[in-house]
Design a protein around this ligand. Sequence first.
Ligand code: 4AD
Ligand code: MG
Length: 483
Amino acid sequence: MGPIQINQILKSAEVGQPVEIKAWVRTKRESKNAIFISLNDGSTLHNIQAVAEPGQFPESTLRLITTGACLKVTGTLVESLGSGQAVEVKMQDVLIYGTADPEDYPLQPKKHSLEFLREIAHLRPRTNTFSAILRIRHALAFAVHKYYNDNGFFYLHTPIITASDAEGAGEMFRVTTLDAGEPPRDETGKVDYKEDFFGREANLTVSGQLEGELGALALSKIYTFGPTFRAENSNTTRHLAEFWMIEPEMAFFDLNDNMDLAEDFVKYVIRYALDNCVDDLEFLEKRQAEEEKSKPQAERSMPLTEKLRFVVDNPFERLTYTEAIKILENSKPHKQKKFQYHVEWGVDLQSEHERYLVEKHFKKPVILTNYPRSIKSFYMKVDEASDAAPAPTVRAMDVLFPGIGEIIGGSQREENYDVLLERVHEVGIDPDIIWWYLETRKFGTAPHSGFGLGFERLVQFVTGMGNIRDVIPFPRYPKSAEF
Ligand code: 4AD
Ligand code: MG
């Protein structure tokens, strides 16, 4: 189907074989004896070189073959004398699908900054860095589906438009209706949007969890994998307004089963990338080393693939929030007042605290459990009272990763109707809005658990990219939605 792609040619093609390649020009180089055109079609990091003889094509054609132009090259595969490539294409014919005027085309063969590339998000997939990231992103998404399919989970599509605020944090985008025809305008002439979804209040989902729970209480094991939206105005390297989340939800799983699944799952998908994205990971590893050249040895990060292997080969550290607070309180930065945010039992951990635990104290991924009830969502199962903690806790778990902080958040869910209803009242949720959620606890309720993995944070970890805006093709953050 379609033309043969460069990755297939490099894997299996034989010398002497006729080929037709459709791809974009990366570079063109002319010497006395030959013209070399380096072509890439995005199927692989590697380019294939097409070679023409001087005078073989008219000057008027050659002039249009510049970086960024799109070509169809017809020729024969021959052994290459150049280093780093086994074969090249001896050109017989060329057709120019589209030119790219070097005066205007912003992607010239030189190193561009990530900030600059963010401004040209419509063209950045044509660079080595971004095509490598996008191929790895694809492989990780595929591995997610494979993992759950192989482990007896069903993919459940949960709604994007919803009336509930699953996280109860009020960080939602409201859905409005624009009437067909001439829209109503207010007295200043501005379009007057209706603040509703056909007469009801509705938002873009912040999480598919609540609907996922309905699925788990029927199909036992489900997962969602869809876009989620958060109207938090945070300009950080770890937050997006639109991100993708994977949310498995399992009946008959307690918190320990939930942790076991989270660890096994995240190790599986990272291992999948290590096994299937060798070239792209090596490229990003070299890129990272290049970027860190100017830093002193002690501040450089572990080579990318070594870091990934370390994570898949070692057990994550598991401890309670209460134990973590003790470690933090006894830590140097706490004693020397070097944390920006004060730490004591009851506070929500800030990224600096999470990173201290993971990067300085344990030096590996950490799963924190049993957080204070007061800082977690209403649906989390309340722990039996214990002497260890000064106030009630819930069966929550957060998985913290080096360089990232929180990558997964989850919990065992409150399955007891009365306790859940009390929590709903306590946090001020209108029970009429989530009557359907409460009913699952009335009819055949069951212990169950689940979690959410932020897909972009995973891609960030695997690719080693510092900014979350560089691991999603079209990032959405405050003031970004240009297309
Ligand atoms: O911790 P969160 O808010 O948990 C939930 O949404 C639960 N309903 C999940 C569940 O139990 N089914 O979000 C889960 C994960 C975080 O750990 C983080 O990785 C990611 O989603 N995340 C974000 N990623 C990018 N940008 C944001 N603004 C994010 N907010 C959360
Ligand atoms: Mg969380």
